[in-house]
Design a protein around this ligand. Sequence first.
Ligand SMILES: NC(=O)c1ccc[n+]([C@@H]2O[C@H](COP(=O)([O-])OP(=O)(O)OC[C@H]3O[C@@H](n4cnc5c(N)ncnc54)[C@H](OP(=O)(O)O)[C@@H]3O)[C@@H](O)[C@H]2O)c1
Length: 269
Amino acid sequence: MDREAKNKILIFGGTGYLGTYMVKASIKLGHPTFVFARPITPQSTLNKINLHEEFESVGVTIIQGELKEHEKIVAILRQVDIVISLLPFPQVPDQIHIIEAIKVAGNIKRFLPSEFGVEEDRLSFLPPFEACLDEKRKVRRAVEASGIPYTYVSANCFGAYFLNYLLRPHEQQEDVIIYGSGEAKGKYFKKVHVPEEELVKLTETLPFPDNVRASVLHGLFVKGDLANYELGENDLEASSLYPDYKYTTIDQLLDVFLVDPPKPALATF
Ligand SMILES: NC(=O)c1ccc[n+]([C@@H]2O[C@H](COP(=O)([O-])OP(=O)(O)OC[C@H]3O[C@@H](n4cnc5c(N)ncnc54)[C@H](OP(=O)(O)O)[C@@H]3O)[C@@H](O)[C@H]2O)c1
């Protein structure tokens, strides 16, 4: 009974870094879950094949196809209620195909475009990352113009993602790089400071996509104003939605990293 009442969720990019968490969470919460994934081919990695099998074993329906297969996407959309896109940065503009299909299907209750990063309408970064954010802004405007109900999720820095990127205790490095002049925790480390001017220079000189990563780091750790804005009447601080959820603290996460480090992840730009 309960399962019948649950919204059906279709996820694009469900086999990726964030997608894998999202698909498992959707299933765990009892939502009939569909994943639109590019077809398995002889070139597909064993990891991808295994992930498809794992998803199917827990009840996920995988639809193999390409984003340009309009009719196929419209047909799947008509079977679901909510659409979540978790496509990586290079495919952000391709979400226009999803928006067009949602308009034609006409039944989607809510669309969550691939955001899950910074609040790009209220923040600005150095040019390499700004160029990426401009693509996300264009998608926001297209969603708004379409009239489809939407939610934008600004996840800022996912704890595990950025801790894993910045600090890998299991690698037993002696050096830790400090972006800006922040006070570091941890008496065993030799601090290597990267002054702001040097980081700005890196955004101008490093090849793509490392220049993007440098400008992300500049915005997050030197400017540090990631969530430095007031919430408006249409904004919701996500933890208020789930007051009973037990969050993992940074200390707990570092303990996890010491005994069972997650695989390093690096977002694609
Ligand atoms: N705030 C943070 O700390 C943080 C960290 C990471 C990511 N993010 C955000 O989260 C969102 C998802 O990023 P992610 O790192 O999870 O993505 P990802 O793992 O790089 O990719 C997600 C999926 O997109 C599909 N895909 C990849 N290339 C494609 C292509 N050429 N055409 C069509 N589909 C393609 C793949 O699925 P199939 O092979 O199954 O088609 C892939 O598994 C992005 O908006 C990103 O900015 C935020």
